[in-house]
Design a protein around this ligand. Structure first.
Ligand code: BGP
Length: 463
């Protein structure tokens, strides 16, 4: 077989609590920023669909896990909803949430599907957001408490834990380029949020290590590899700056134990440094993870700035670079992002060469397509484009593994079409189609294809 993967390779899918459970009023869940924002800033959500109406995994988890089994998944990532477990974020535990997550974890284990559990997927409890969210240092401790509670409740049956999904995003999307509540534009505030998220991660890792739980603790990073327009020094510098602000700013404290010196120097020069208290740098330096998840969707192409950036809200990293629209680039027009499978190889090499060949896996990769019903034949979405996408990405990943990358698995985003942070149900990513009217799930052609890949632990065709 041309693309054979190692024994015990993780073949799975990823989702998150807010995007798949549905709010399910009356079961003790507290509000999080998505419950709040999707009602109060409803126009920001495609079709006005709120976080209440997300895919009903809360009611249907048993049948859904059977569906995961049906296509042979051996691992499954979701998150615990902080505001379901602890409605106000820092107080009483909701017993119905404990029952629910116990049931989900037990059902996964019973079916022989490894649960990968993430603690934070963009979903700050509203009560804590009202206190400033991660801008407020007290929330770091509330997160560490919540993490410890999760380990104590579920750690005997969950072997793979993740502190955060895409830890840069709550800072960047919430406080710099406003797409997530509280829709702020301020670099300095974003930097403070990011620093506190780094600390929250470190404290959650420390709590896990103290409890001596069997398994591994990690984090899930979003990597957007940067490519310069040309080899001209100005373009190379632009690419370095984009990488520094949007990748190294988070990867290096987490994976190498310190912020990049160049970043600190620039933030000092522009008076944008967050408050870093004595002891913070030691904590960061002494925290190590066991396992890294990487979400990959798209590359970032940049060039030297051709015009001066207007900065009505003050300092922005984009003063050092601007987007390069590469002629002939291949686009996913539904999502408005470039498709570039070769980047998965480059990412694997960065993990190998820059981050000590840490064990890692692809924790998200996928293609969101709108109006998929047009591809429906006899009740099945014929998503050949998704199969092509998978083949291409997996073949580059396979090459990276041949070249020494320590990659342990591949998780597709996502299992059943789920709600998205702004696009709601516009773009569909799932192996199963979700009918929004009936909530019925139906397997797509790509789900069948993935089943065969899992059975064979690989696939034949070239890219
Ligand atoms: C990732 C998030 C997921 C998911 C995915 C698809 O960055 O971790 O939660 O949403 O992107 O993106 P979108 O939903 O914006 O199309």
């Amino acid at each position: 077989m041309k693309y054979r993967f190692p024994e015990n390779f993780w073949w799975g899918t990823a989702t998150s609590a807010t995007q798949s459970e549905g709010h399910q009023a009356g079961h003790g869940k507290g509000e999080n920023i998505w419950d709040y924002a999707s009602h109060n800033f409803n126009e920001r959500f495609f079709g006005g669909v709120t976080a209440d109406d997300t895919s009903t995994f809360y009611q249907n988890y048993r049948e859904d896990i059977q569906r995961a089994k049906d296509i042979g998944l051996n691992s499954f990532r979701t998150s615990i909803s902080w505001s379901r477990l602890i409605p106000d974020g820092d107080g009483e535990i909701n017993p119905q949430a404990v029952d629910f997550y116990n049931a989900v974890i037990d059902e996964l284990n019973t079916q022989g599907i490894e649960p990968f559990i993430n603690l934070y997927h963009f979903d700050m409890p509203m009560a804590l957001q009202e206190k400033g969210g991660f801008e407020n240092r007290e929330v770091v401790d509330a997160f560490a408490r919540y993490a410890r509670i999760c380990y104590e409740l579920f750690g005997d049956r969950v072997r793979y834990w993740f502190t955060f999904n895409e830890p840069l995003i709550p800072a960047e999307a919430g406080y710099l380029h406003p797409r997530h509540y509280p829709y702020v534009t301020s670099f300095r505030r974003a930097a403070q949020v990011l620093h506190h998220i780094v600390l929250a991660h470190c404290k959650a890792v420390a709590a896990w290590r103290e409890l001596n739980i069997a398994g591994q603790i990690g984090i899930i990073m979003d990597v957007i590899p940067v490519y310069p327009r040309s080899d001209a020094p100005e373009d190379l510098h632009a690419a370095e700056m984009a990488d520094l602000f949007y990748t190294r700013s988070i990867n290096e404290p987490i994976l190498l134990g310190r912020y990049p010196d160049e970043l600190i120097a620039i933030l000092k020069e522009y008076d944008q440094l967050p408050v870093i208290q004595p002891g913070d740098c030691e904590l960061i330096a002494n925290t190590r993870i066991d396992l890294l998840g990487i979400n990959y969707y798209r590359p970032r192409r940049v060039k030297a700035r051709e015009t001066l950036l207007e900065e009505p809200h003050g300092f922005m990293p984009e003063r050092f670079f601007e987007e390069y629209i590469m002629p002939g680039r291949r686009m996913n027009t539904s999502r408005g992002i470039e498709i570039y499978p070769a980047a998965l190889y480059d990412i694997a090499m960065v993990v190998k060469d820059r981050y000590g060949n840490l064990p890692w896996f692809v924790s998200e990769n996928g293609i969101g397509i709108s109006d998929e019903e047009q591809f429906m034949v006899n009740g099945q979405v014929q998503d050949d484009y998704r199969i092509e996408f998978l083949k291409e990405h997996l073949s580059y990943l396979h090459q990276a593994m041949v070249d020494g990358s320590n990659c342990l698995g591949y998780h597709m985003w996502t299992f059943i079409d789920c709600w998205s942070w702004q696009n709601a149900y516009k773009n569909r990513y799932g192996f199963y189609r979700l009918d929004l009217e009936t909530q019925q799930r139906s397997l797509k052609k790509s789900g069948l294809w993935f089943k065969a890949v899992i059975e064979n632990n690989g696939f034949e065709e070239a890219k």
